[in-house]
Ligand binder design. Structure first.
Ligand code: NOJ
Length: 557
């Protein structure tokens, strides 16, 4: 790693690319993506400008929840490769300046994990207390059901030992009992194992649900925070400079405690922002975004939000009002097959009706709003989804590398692929693929690559403060990003019409706005409001060049 990459706050400057290993590239032709395949494609990832990979679970698992149902925390699911492959992958990623973030599935295991197999076999099992048991399914009644389409209760009856066990997700994912100190120690062991292997960060799955207490909703409990502080302390002691990312699908005020006093997580997802980006672009109105950012409290200096548009799950609509959810469902998921639990199981391009202007605008928002952006594999080329596949599988189809057999993903017989690739006339691999998009400069892939490149030249995006501007025209969402005396001005037109907007920038009297992509100069800012005309779904990224800098200085840091 270079000196810059030694920065302990590295996670503020990276661009994260999320990858399900099985979907990326199959090197050995068995129909499933694997580590050697991923290693082969590292140059592609690096060319995109990505500087961190978030790899979905890859340890041994029956894959009933795509690896979030863990059978063994210490070995690799054999079709993906082995630990030597993981080491090689980390090494190769690091060589290219790419950080590696893997998963810590902390809340539950698979019911095939040897701990649970033993625990359910007899009440005398030494592992019985690794899980949460009850004689009655009435306990913890105030707890919501997350996978509401498939589970009717958070309790499942275990006939052999005649008790119920607790699970916040699928019934085949029993929750670990964090009241048991041995469970806490096991988790710390797992963390030590993966950090020792060289991963740079751990994305900690489902952290609000670690403890249960009667009379509460069993989320965000003080006991949970106490354990997480213990975890952080160990990480800081043994592995300084590594990063912990919280998956806590909660309102910003409830996520805030997960940063603690810089003694819990380094990063946390901003879940409520994401659906509001989709409402704003549908309504052509910045209000939902402005409101949620207004409700987002400041976070400690060393901490950072991660933001995203889509991921491997349904587009979750838990952090919106009932009215907003109904709106989003009726706008984006007219066909009931597009809905799952409290969400929408579709990818970015189809959600944007494959409108390039809207896709680019969403990427403009993702790359300029406060936080570290996460891209979901395939969205960079505008891949589609398949609502005919069950659960969330429709957004986890094979990466489309070329128009060759299986989209260039695998040499296997099509019938032995883990999933059919997308083959429809709009999004199918014959039309949407990497090979074609690298060849023309205006492709979605090349556009995004360019945006990433520009963003990486300005530390204001990863590190800067954000000031939202409030021009009269509510269809334009404009804000300043500032750090170390450098200023960026971003405008996003959320509507399908050309919009004119007046911005009061008198604070920057004498500065010259310079377009970040072309470096072309705009008229100097004066005391009176500055007028901009923004094309439908258009955006401007401008650097405000101070009066005393020579005019050819692009302002990059
Ligand atoms: C959140 C993950 O993103 C999701 O894919 C998984 O099903 C649940 N946690 C349970 O582990």
């Amino acid at each position: 790693m270079t000196d810059m990459e030694q920065d302990p706050l590295w996670y503020k400057d990276v661009i994260i690319y999320e990858i399900p290993l099985k979907s990326f590239f199959d090197a050995n032709g068995d129909g499933i993506g694997d580590f050697p395949g991923l290693i082969e494609k590292l140059d592609y990832i690096s060319n995109l400008g990505v500087t961190a990979i978030w790899l979905l679970p890859f340890t041994d698992s029956p894959l009933k929840d795509d690896g979030y149902d863990i059978r063994d925390y210490f070995s690799v699911y054999p079709p993906y490769g082995n630990l030597a492959d993981v080491r090689r992958f980390i090494e190769e990623a690091h060589k290219r300046g790419i950080r590696v973030i893997t998963e810590l599935v902390v809340n539950h295991t698979s019911d095939t994990h040897p701990w649970f197999v033993s625990a359910r076999s007899t009440r005398a099992s030494p592992f019985r207390d690794y899980y949460v048991w009850s004689d009655s399914p009435e306990k913890y009644r105030g707890t919501r059901i997350i996978f509401s389409d498939s589970e009717k209760s958070n309790w499942t009856w275990e006939p052999k030992t005649r008790q119920y066990y607790w699970h916040r997700f699928f019934h085949h994912q029993p929750d670990l009992n964090f009241d048991n100190p041995k469970v806490q120690d096991e988790i710390l062991n797992i963390v030590t194992f993966w950090f020792s292997l060289g991963v740079d960060g751990l994305r900690c799955d489902a952290v609000p649900y670690l403890f249960e207490r009667e009379g509460t909703n069993c989320e965000n409990l003080p006991e949970t925070h106490a354990f997480l502080k213990r975890l952080r302390k160990e990480v800081d002691r043994l592995f300084p400079g590594r990063m912990l990312l919280a998956e806590a699908n909660q309102w910003p005020r409830d996520v805030l405690p997960y940063f603690g006093n810089e003694d819990e997580f380094h990063m946390a997802y901003h879940f409520p922002l994401m659906p509001r980006l989709f409402i704003a672009i549908a309504q052509g109105d910045r209000k939902p975004i402005v409101e949620i950012l207004g409700q987002t409290p400041p976070i400690p200096d060393s901490c950072q939000w991660t933001i995203f548009l889509r991921n491997h799950d349904e587009l979750t609509l838990e952090m919106v009002s009932d009215q907003e959810r109904d709106y989003l469902w009726s706008y984006y998921a007219k066909d009931s097959r597009m809905r799952l639990n409290l969400g929408i199981r579709r990818r970015l391009a189809p959600l944007m009706q494959n409108d390039r202007r809207k896709i680019d605008l969403m990427h403009s928002l993702l790359l300029t709003l406060p936080g570290t952006p996460i891209l979901y594999y395939g969205d960079e080329i505008g891949m589609g989804d398949n609502v005919h596949l069950g659960d969330r599988n429709g957004v986890r189809t094979p990466m489309q590398w070329s128009s060759d057999k299986n989209g260039g993903f695998s040499r296997a017989d099509p019938s032995s692929l883990y999933s059919p690739p997308i083959q429809n006339p709009v999004y199918g691999y014959h039309v949407v693929n990497v090979e074609s998009q690298v060849r023309f400069p205006t492709s979605p892939l090349n556009m995004l690559r360019q945006m990433i490149q520009v963003r990486q030249g300005f530390r204001i995006f990863g590190r800067g403060s954000t000031t939202i501007l409030h021009p009269k025209n509510f269809r334009v969402f404009a804000y300043l990003r500032e750090s170390d005396g450098k200023v960026g001005l971003i405008l996003n037109n959320l509507s399908d019409a050309t919009e004119s907007v007046l911005l009061d920038l008198s604070r920057f009297d004498g500065y010259t706005p310079v377009e970040m992509f072309s470096q072309s100069e705009f008229p100097k800012i004066r005391k009176h409001p500055l007028h901009f005309t923004v094309s439908p779904y258009g955006y401007f990224w401008l650097y405000l060049q101070p009066p005393d800098l020579p005019s050819d200085h692009p302002g990059s840091s």
